[in-house]
Design a binder for this molecule. Sequence first.
Ligand code: SAH
Length: 363
Amino acid sequence: MSATPLVSQVDSHNPEKSELIPLLGASVVELSAWVQQQGQPAYRGKQLHEWIYQKGARSLSDISVFPKQWRAEVAEIPIGRSTIHHRAVAPDGTIKYLLELADSQIIETVGIPTFGEGGKGPKSRLTVCVSTQVGCPMACDFCATGKGGYKRNLAVHEIVDQVLTVQEDFQQRVSNVVFMGLGEPLLNTENVLAALKSLNQDVGIGARSLTVSTVGIRDRIRQFAQHHLQVTLAVSLHAPNQALREKLIPSARAYPLEDLLTECREYVEITGRRVTFEYILLAGVNDLPEHALQLAKCLRGFQSHVNLIPYNPIEEVDYKRPNRDHIQAFVNILKQQQIAVSVRYSRGLEADAACGQLRASKN
Ligand code: SAH
């Protein structure tokens, strides 16, 4: 986010139409510039930053360290927080939220706690799965979000807000953020980049603990690489050949697998970071031994990691999740082929865990 919109929040040519730009997503430098523009000393910017990102202020009128009169003057300027419309807790501690935005649109966010084991295992973590759009235009066949259509991109504050909301609700610092909720992040690259920057610099989450997942949009992975971020890129592959991928992902017709893999290789060269490939396992569709072998061939010599995601059933289509033996057989073939692989079981199935499912059932 640049300092400009913050400073000129009200369009002087058309004050009726001007929209107040929310402050969430702005850096301490931008907030300091803004308070000075308002005739306040620069240190108020630092205070504002702390109240927004650490104390969770929802309105400027809440900020008790600010002079009363100024608070009243700026009370209308939004910080940009959402409200919790619905909250579903799964037995494993995962919490799914439906958040209501200023224009009444509803998005989905998930908080996924991982508990340290008896003090010996990894420290307890809290991962947030954030949405980047209201709905999604990609219409992948197995995905509940696509079935609900597409409304709009999320603004920077609407992405950062999701992380603050989960952090407040769990009363625990968020350690990881995955951009795997509603929407296609690389169709909203500018706001996603600004949100990544704010999550890193304002909320304080390490860049390597941020993961952006994309189905692949032509040229966008290359452009994303030019920013040389330390974040993880996850690419939703889901099929080891073009014919099958086209059946599952309509956008693959205009952007062949070969081109996608070429861009991913460039991403590795430019950033020096490996790519994660996500691969949904759909019983009898893409989970046969021949598919594992083809996948291994596609990725040979590629600095990458395969994340297998057993399909999470959704109502609209009748794909099936493979059983554990099938999943293990697929893993074993990849391992024999020297491909780094892990299986990601969806958390909180009971709370309609698949992308877009809660929104479909409760909205
Ligand atoms: N549009 C981005 C990010 C959102 S989806 C992308 O496609 O990567 C995040 C991940 O969840 C993707 O890999 C997506 O394919 C997967 N997913 C969607 N529906 C699913 C389902 N029913 N079961 C399992 N994974 C699913």
